[in-house]
Design a protein around this ligand. Structure first.
Ligand SMILES: *Cc1c(COP(=O)(O)O)cnc(C)c1O
Length: 362
């Protein structure tokens, strides 16, 4: 028998979540973001789950090429663009769109001789200060691109820092939209602004926010980008990480559990040992009290997470035995709750699913 830990990917929920994104932004075309191996779900599964998307967007060249080899014929977009001049040949060969965010990239394009035109996404830095041209430099970059024979359509793009918090005191989304409108004034081409958080806020921002394309990621995988919970946003989990109890210890007051002996029992209790550890992608820093489901009953982590095992309090589940089902996250246990307890976000947990975990669909 294989080790009982397994990640179940719910393709129907992926379809449901994509439909939710379309409901939020009915006039925009949608890229399904499948970077980082489809946020840990597997590239090929993400391609099937988001078959109805208008295009797929990612960061990795090898996976972009793989999507073509797997038969994806709609647009593919590289969200960080290209990393040197030779990447342009790959983009032309496989018909890949890409972001353009700095002068060096434009210079590579100016020097390139390509067999076909590339559709590009010119990125503006509207305050996040990661990638992109400043609003005042944007029109000049746009003109340089437009002058090139190897450039097809130019989409104008920016990325929101705080779309989950409309009233952010430092950089409100409305300020980023204002800068984007200033920098793109009078320029032709489609616009692409919203990540999941922007898509989910589209109703609140209808007076200022217009997208021709949106770029939802985490919401498609049933995670919340912040603000409300995924369930409140009408999203369904797409990855359930489950395992089983493989051992039980009856301990007494004063007994300790695990490395560092960090947990000490107040009284007699049963501790369940679960076949799941940090080498499976479960966060090692998850503290005492992190929620876990055993036999459908909510209980808590006790003791440190080790490489291959973690330990849970079986007090609320007296019927638990070796072989009892455990849900670490997914259906019945929101990944965002586990992430929050562990001081991280659902994105990181999904992406960190380890290669040794068996993945099935269901
Ligand atoms: C990852 C990414 C997205 C998707 O972000 P989510 O918060 O997962 O929706 C959108 N746009 C760009 C440029 C990205 O890199």
């Amino acid at each position: 028998m294989p080790r009982p830990i397994v990640a179940t990917i719910h393709l129907e929920s992926m379809q449901h979540n994509l439909a939710r994104a379309r409901q939020c932004t009915p006039h925009a075309k949608a890229w399904g973001v499948v970077k980082a191996n489809g946020y840990g779900h597997g590239l090929e599964r993400a391609m099937r789950g988001f078959a109805a998307a208008d295009g797929l967007a990612l960061i990795e060249f090898d996976n972009a090429v793989r999507l073509r080899e797997l038969g994806w014929t709609k647009p593919i977009m590289l969200l960080e663009g290209f990393f040197d001049a030779s990447d342009l040949q790959t983009m032309a060969q496989y018909d890949l769109n890409g972001a353009v965010h700095c002068d060096e990239q434009i210079a590579w394009l100016e020097a390139a001789r390509l067999p076909r035109k590339l559709n590009l996404h010119l990125k503006m830095n509207t305050g996040m200060n990661r990638l992109g041209f400043k609003p005042e430099a944007f029109a000049a970059a746009h003109a340089r691109l437009r002058a090139l024979d190897c450039v097809g359509e130019i989409t104008m793009m920016t990325h929101f820092a705080n779309a989950d918090e409309l009233a952010h005191p430092g950089l409100p989304i409305r300020e980023q939209i204002r800068r984007f409108q200033l920098g793109t004034a009078g320029l032709p081409g489609a616009r692409s602004l919203s990540n999941s958080a922007g898509v989910l806020q589209a109703g609140e921002l209808a007076d200022v926010l217009a997208n021709d394309w949106v770029r939802p990621g985490i919401m498609l995988y049933g995670g919340t980008p912040g603000g409300k919970s995924a369930a409140e946003f009408g999203l369904q989990p797409t990855m359930t990480l489950s395992s089983e109890i493989i051992g039980i210890q009856d301990i007494q007051a004063g007994d300790m559990v695990g490395y560092g002996s960090r947990f000490r029992a107040d009284g007699p209790m049963r501790v369940g040992v679960v076949a799941c550890g940090y080498a499976d992608g479960y966060p090692r820093h998850a503290p005492l009290g992190t929620p876990v489901l055993v036999d459908g009953v909510r209980t808590r982590l006790v003791g440190r997470v080790s490489m291959d095992m973690l330990t849970v309090d079986l007090t609320p589940v007296p019927q638990a035995r070796v072989g009892s089902a455990v849900t670490l996250w997914g259906k019945g246990m929101p990944i965002d709750e586990v992430a929050e307890a562990a001081g991280t976000i659902g994105y990181e947990l999904m992406c960190a699913l380890a290669p040794r975990v068996r993945v099935i669909e269901g």
